[in-house]
Design a protein around this ligand. Structure first.
Ligand code: SF4
Length: 248
């Protein structure tokens, strides 16, 4: 089964695990949970068990069969570093990512402590695996300090849904994504918060990607800030050309 994602900063998604638990305020209106729970109880559907945490060993080798290089968002429907996911399985995910070295894997978590724990046990962090943390408000900026200890070539922040102003220490950070929350229960994002992060990125020479304003009609609100879009990627990255291949 495949879906068209509206994630603007990636080309494909790969979910060797699905399901998750809420851990911080950014999770309150989790889109993945909303999507997964719609299918709970539908026999044979990948989300028959809704948002319960599940591992999918049969999906492990999928990226190896995709011959065209892609930017792949790992676990758009989960968090690879949940406590209940066995370390052995996470190591297998890393092994596949390392082998599929024609792709770039974008690994985003709200649980960077476990990511660091795993990183310390790897022989080497694969150079094609980007490491990112979600930072929705100032109280969660400690995740950035943990991220900085991960030996990834590209370390990034996803400030989405942005819930307040942020003062960021951007040394050793290579990319910042900002986005507002969408949907009927979306919480508002102030333009000053976004502009301030954009300015911090410009001052520190860190690529800035503005994903969306969000809101109830997210398409209507668009993704321009101060008269233009902001679609910067880490320096060695080509512009997005094909983000139609999106797999559950
Ligand atoms: S960590 Fe991510 S996937 Fe998990 S509940 Fe929170 S927002 Fe959803």
């Amino acid at each position: 089964m495949s879906i068209h994602s509206e994630i603007e900063w990636t080309e494909a998604t790969w979910n060797p695990t699905t399901g998750c638990h809420k851990i911080s305020p950014g999770c309150a209106n989790c889109y993945a949970e909303r999507f997964a729970e719609r299918w709970r109880g539908v026999p044979g559907h990948p989300y028959e068990h809704g948002f319960d945490v599940q591992i999918w060993p049969e999906r492990l080798k999928m990226p190896l069969s995709w011959k065209k290089p892609r930017r792949i968002f790992v676990n758009s429907m989960s968090d690879l570093f949940l406590d209940e996911i066995e370390e052995e399985f996470i190591q297998e995910v890393f092994s596949v990512m390392g082998k599929a070295n024609w792709h770039q894997f974008q690994l985003l978590t709200k649980r960077p402590q476990r990511m660091l724990e795993i990183a310390k046990k790897l022989e080497a962090w694969p150079s094609n695996v980007w490491a990112g943390v979600s930072v929705e408000s100032q109280a969660w900026t400690w995740r950035i300090e943990v991220l900085k200890q991960i030996p990834a070539t590209i370390r990034f922040l996803s400030c989405e849904p942005l819930l307040g102003s942020l003062e960021l220490a951007l040394d050793n950070i290579h990319w910042v994504i900002v986005g507002g929350e969408s949907g009927v229960h979306s919480r508002p994002m102030k333009i000053e918060w976004v502009r301030d992060i954009k300015n911090q990125c410009l001052q520190s020479n860190v690529p800035f990607f503005f994903k969306q304003w969000g809101g109830v009609q997210k398409k209507k609100h668009g993704r321009e800030l101060d008269g233009r879009t902001w679609d910067d990627f880490p320096i060695n990255i080509e512009p997005l050309v094909n983000r139609q291949l999106l797999l559950l």
